[in-house]
Design a protein around this ligand. Structure first.
Ligand code: HEM
Length: 442
């Protein structure tokens, strides 16, 4: 048997679809794309996505194999449209030693001391939005939550107040609409418009950075922290890199969180008995004292609730990697040059780990249960390994703080006759934007 034959025989089953684009369109449009193929081929299958042959995996073992073998067999890989729009100096694009070094540097903006210093601003912005929703009474919550996470990200990362009311809001929207598009840059294509917006956003960031350079201290928000940070050799980030890294943080710091918060609001409206239980937990905490990282840690039931939100509806459905060395998993050959896709959402649906996986059940994460999936590769809303989400603790803080304030003082119900079915690109959210009636608890 020649090597070629042996190789061909041990590739996973599956279908490449059309030349070049393969099955990309079905992948982006059909939310059951993976399910259908898992039923037909099993838990590992091959296809062609974004122009590349791709092997799609799910489950604890496969996920662990892929996420912990970064730089040995795998490296970061994103579709060309995303690579160009995020920029070459963005952490998600950087690889190897450079990635490791930069990650350390960026992590300074998310250390516990930095997180603690963000709480007061987060609380102020949360109160402002809650009061405005109370006045509106009827609202489409997803776009409002997007403004909320946008304002927090802009204020805490670059010191800009009310970001959602500025031109940046529109620029960001057009920019992020181009992330999953065909990378043809013409004035009327999605990608062309997004690229134009990237340049305008970078111009604004440039002005903000120049203004900071003229101060004796660039400040203690994420930008200020990154401007002061030095790597092991004493080098600082260049202005071009600062712009790409801040753009990434602004993006990563609001789209995923908006999805997570919207899912939380929807699931609580659909499970009033669980909402009641989390309200009872909140009664143990004083409302007159400021929230701290320590008090948030004590909200253990709220923690379970949020863990289960991110299990059932993970904001990031999966992560791509490029194969840099031929390797093998579970008897399947994984060729160099191909992509692998590690399915987060399907891993979270594993029936042997999560009985009745479609049911929302926070008891799965009860710390008194003998087996806690939250500590294994069966639970990967934030990815894992060397590329685990850098903003994980920031995201957990914002979600918990928001949820605590919301459930203590407010009630909401879903407006009838709306479509709460999820659309998934770029992040999961209810089709009709989650329409609710919103009131203060009297
Ligand atoms: C619920 C909210 C969030 C979820 C579910 C989430 C999920 C993820 C996932 C799955 C990855 C791994 C991507 C990969 O392996 O290729 C990731 C990476 C990343 N996330 Fe998050 N994220 C969230 C919030 C945030 C926030 C708030 C920030 C910043 C403030 C952030 C910044 C980043 C960055 C910079 C990376 C790239 C890390 C690297 O390549 O080393 N994320 N996130």
């Amino acid at each position: 048997m020649t090597t070629q034959t042996a190789t061909t025989q041990s590739l996973p089953p599956g279908n490449f679809g059309l030349p070049f684009i393969g099955e990309t369109i079905a992948f982006l449009r059909d939310k059951d794309f993976v399910n259908k193929r898992n039923e037909k081929y099993g838990s590992v299958f091959k296809t062609r996505l974004f122009g590349k042959p791709t092997i799609v995996f799910k489950g604890e073992k496969a996920t662990q194999f892929i996420l912990t073998n970064e730089n040995k067999y795998f490296t970061s890989s994103w579709p060309r449209s995303i690579r160009i729009l995020l920029g070459p100096l963005s952490l998600t694009i950087q690889t190897g030693h450079e990635h490791k070094q930069r990650r350390k540097l960026l992590a300074q903006a998310f250390k516990p001391r930095a997180l603690s210093s963000y709480i007061e601003t987060m609380e102020e912005i949360t109160q402002k939005f809650l009061t405005s929703w109370e006045k509106q009474q009827y609202l489409s919550w997803y776009p409002q939550l997007r403004n909320y996470t946008f304002d927090i990200a802009f204020q805490l990362f670059v010191g800009l107040e009310n970001g959602s009311q500025t031109q940046l809001r529109h620029l960001f929207e057009t920019w992020s609409n181009g992330l999953f598009s065909i990378p043809i840059s013409l004035p009327w294509t999605k990608f062309g418009r997004a690229l134009n917006c990237r340049n305008k956003i970078l111009n604004q960031l440039d002005q903000i950075i120049k203004e900071r350079q003229n101060r004796s201290d660039p400040g203690n928000d994420a930008l200020g922290t990154l401007m002061k940070a030095e790597d092991e050799e004493g080098n600082k980030l260049s202005v071009d890199e600062l712009k790409d890294q801040i753009l990434l943080l602004l993006f990563a710091g609001h789209e995923t969180l908006t999805s997570g918060l919207t899912s939380f609001c929807m699931l609580m409206a659909q499970h009033p008995e669980i909402l009641q239980k989390v309200r009872e937990e909140q009664e143990q905490f004083s409302t007159s004292e400021p929230v701290t990282l320590e008090s948030l840690k004590q909200m253990t039931y709220l923690e379970q609730i949020l863990q289960e939100v991110l299990r059932l509806i993970p904001p990031v459905g999966g992560v791509f990697r490029e194969v840099t060395e031929d390797c093998e998993f579970n008897g399947y050959f994984i060729p160099k040059g191909w992509n692998v896709l590690c399915q987060i959402n399907q891993t979270h649906q594993e029936e042997t780990v999560y009985p009745k996986p479609q049911t929302y059940n926070p008891e799965r994460f009860n710390p008194e249960q003998p087996y806690n999936p939250g500590k294994t590769y069966n639970y990967i809303p934030f990815g894992g390994g060397m590329r685990e989400c850098l903003g994980k603790e920031f995201a957990r803080l914002e979600m918990k703080l928001f949820a605590a304030h919301l459930v203590r003082n407010y009630q909401w119900e879903l407006v009838p006759n709306q479509d709460t079915e999820l659309t998934t690109v770029p992040v999961p959210r209810p089709r009709d934007g989650l329409k609710v009636k919103f009131e203060k608890i009297r």
